[in-house]
Design a protein around this ligand. Structure first.
Ligand SMILES: [Zn+2]
Ligand SMILES: [Zn+2]
Ligand SMILES: [Zn+2]
Length: 153
């Protein structure tokens, strides 16, 4: 019993250190809001929308504060847009080496038709598509849908 508490607190400390290092690496100050938001992202293997974050956070936050934090995480290469639907944009943690301003960790995403969760498929790279140079492409969405591993189990 004591042992499992100890292990849990070590994992918790590692998470806090991971978040502190992540914020530091991307030049963001460590605030309680940012720390709690990133802790939530670390706990979930699915992408989260602003409404999910507001519902799950212990700190009481208004939408504007959450949107502002999400935007700055996106700008600083910590979170990326995983999917977008009528309920809003869902974000997910970036890979380890995503620089500021430009997301280099482009991969496919999977949206489950049953539970409507969005997953990052980090191993599935977005195929290169030739586009006429009359169009300048800023973002590419490569989304697969079907039934996820949780619903399939
Ligand atoms: Zn990224
Ligand atoms: Zn599912
Ligand atoms: Zn992703």
């Amino acid at each position: 019993m004591e042992n499992s508490i100890e292990i849990a607190s070590i994992q918790c400390m590692n998470k806090q250190k991971f978040i502190a290092d992540l914020l530091h690496a991307h030049g963001l100050r460590r605030t309680p809001i940012r720390t709690e938001m990133l802790t939530l992202f670390l706990k979930h293997d699915t992408a989260l929308a602003a409404s999910d974050i507001i519902a799950k956070m212990k700190l009481r936050l208004d939408r504007v504060t959450v949107y502002r934090a999400l935007n700055s995480f996106e700008e600083h290469g910590i979170l990326h847009r995983a999917s977008e639907d009528e309920r809003g944009i869902k974000y997910a943690l970036c890979g380890q080496h995503c620089p500021d301003e430009l997301h280099t960790d482009q991969h496919a995403h999977f949206i489950c038709d049953r539970c409507h969760q969005t997953y990052c498929l980090e191993d599935v790279k977005v195929p290169e598509v030739a586009v006429s140079n009359e169009f300048s492409v800023d973002r590419t969405n490569y989304t697969l849908s079907g039934i996820c591993r949780v619903c399939n189990a």
